[in-house]
Design a protein around this ligand. Structure first.
Ligand SMILES: *Cc1c(COP(=O)(O)O)cnc(C)c1O
Length: 455
């Protein structure tokens, strides 16, 4: 039997860093990533024979857990029939209809059309191009700590002062490209207003995660998203709501849909949505959605070019359609209840061992920030009344050095957590009492390991 350690050695010989996406490397926790061979509902099994409750769920897509039998069934059937026709298929229409129906159920004016692509990166890249094509403007605002995939202009790092044009956030990204991006702190409307004052009439769009969830979860403050929409629209800019992570996960119409249920948060509509992850149910599907007058700018109707050999691939969209069909209200209620249970357990155990935690949460999507929030200057408040971080700068102040000990104690005891403290935890409808009980049983020793860790 080849072990994970042996596979990782082989991987590093032929794949940069041994991984095909950096988030999978154990860079911030140390050790060797397990090599998986089988997923069963809430459980993931590796080549070494370990069986673990999985809180990554493919980084979001697996809303129904690993290898849900009905999803597997349609994927197998579709693959046997038609893998890649290079032309139109009924499935892509059905998936687009399902997406449009879910958003229209919340607001009939939210969206009319969806263009399907294969990755979230393509979706956000296209959304930006579309916003520029519609407005005839170049500048884009993004927020530090928000991730929108790895296209050049979105890999921008904040410059020194506020509202300055950004610096490249990666080698290989030319400065003239990131100088079209303005990077601002999240949850800070004054910074957005200042940028619109300085660059009046020049900003094509603001792109924001519906809720930030790629620096750990950082919920938007109540009214933040609505104010972003108002500021954009007052200047003729478009708001891009990136629901690649939160869409169809935090609710039937994503986090945007959840905010519309809440008078304190609701009553706003972005101009462009991006989707990914759950929309493909574990297969490569993503999408861009908007009202018809925006979407008609895309090729072949309009002058903004976008295309893809595998876009709307029948096998991939089959998984997405099945996932969307099965993700009913009962599934979302189950996910919310499971999140309550996991959060309650973590909060209790960290209280017991004397490590303060802030719960960072949007419904069933959550993470934890460790440390004394008052001393660290966190300016938000979590659902338990504890101080909580509201932006990347505050998130980074946490006692993240406790996490590797916690992570490895959980991993050794059969729980697969994200290998970074700056990532959300993901649940699925397959996280049943057995899986959650196993999680709760492993937690006390891991919390003790976190408490005993030293900086
Ligand atoms: C994952 C993610 C992306 C990028 O999606 P890929 O499919 O990995 O390219 C974009 N935006 C957000 C909010 C994401 O979480």
């Amino acid at each position: 039997m080849t072990t994970s350690t042996e596979w990782f050695d082989r991987a590093r010989a032929v794949i940069p860093g041994g991984v095909n996406s950096p988030v999978r490397a154990f860079g911030s926790v140390g050790g060797t990533p397990p090599f998986s061979v089988k997923g069963e509902g809430a459980w993931l099994i590796d080549v070494d024979g370990n069986r673990r409750v999985d809180f990554i769920c493919g980084w979001g897509p697996l809303l129904l857990g690993h290898s849900h039998p009905e999803v597997v069934d349609v994927v197998q059937q579709t693959a046997a029939d038609l893998m890649c026709p290079g032309g139109s298929t009924p499935g892509e229409v059905e998936l687009a209809e399902a997406v449009v129906a879910r958003l229209k159920a919340v607001n009939p004016d939210a969206i009319d059309e969806v263009r399907l692509v294969s990755t979230g990166t393509e979706a956000t890249m296209t959304a930006i191009r579309l916003a520029r094509g519609v407005t005839g403007r170049d500048l884009v605002i993004k927020f530090s700590g928000c991730y929108h995939g790895h296209s050049d202009g979105l890999l921008a790092a904040a410059g020194s002062g506020l509202a300055t044009l950004a610096l490249p956030g990666s080698a290989g990204v030319p400065e003239p490209i990131t100088s079209q991006t303005i990077v601002l702190p999240y949850n800070d409307l004054d910074a957005v207003r200042a940028a619109f004052n300085e660059y009046e009439g020049r900003i094509a769009s603001v792109i924001v995660e519906a809720s930030a969830a790629n620096m750990g979860v950082v919920p938007p403050l109540p009214g933040y998203n609505r104010a972003l929409a108002e500021i954009c629209h007052a200047d003729g800019a478009l708001l891009i709501c990136d629901e690649v992570l939160t869409g169809f996960r935090t609710g039937p119409a994503g986090w945007w849909g959840r905010e519309q249920e809440d008078p304190e948060r609701g009553n706003w509509t972005p101009d462009i949505f991006t989707f990914g992850k759950v929309i493909g149910g574990g297969m490569p599907v993503a999408g861009i959605g908007a009202r018809r007058e925006v979407m008609e700018h895309l090729a072949p109707n309009g002058p903004v070019y976008q295309g893809g050999t595998l876009s709307g691939n029948p096998v991939a969209v089959a998984a997405g359609i099945a996932t969307m069909r099965l993700a009913d209200d009962a599934v979302y209620a189950h996910l919310d209840a499971a999140a309550d249970r996991v959060i309650g357990a973590v909060k209790r155990e960290f209280d017991r061992v004397g490590v303060p935690v802030a719960v960072q949460r949007v419904r069933n999507l959550f993470s934890f920030a460790m440390g004394d929030g008052a001393a660290l200057g966190w300016s938000g408040v979590d659902e338990f009344g504890s101080p909580a971080p509201v932006n990347e700068d505050e998130v980074k102040r946490q006692e993240g050095w406790r996490y590797p000990a916690f992570f490895h104690a959980m991993l050794d005891a059969g729980v697969n957590l994200p290998p970074s403290v700056f990532e959300a935890w993901f649940l699925s409808s397959a996280h049943d009492d057995e899986a959650l009980s196993h999680f709760e049983a492993t937690l006390p020793a891991a919390a003790e390991a976190a408490a005993a860790a030293t900086a």
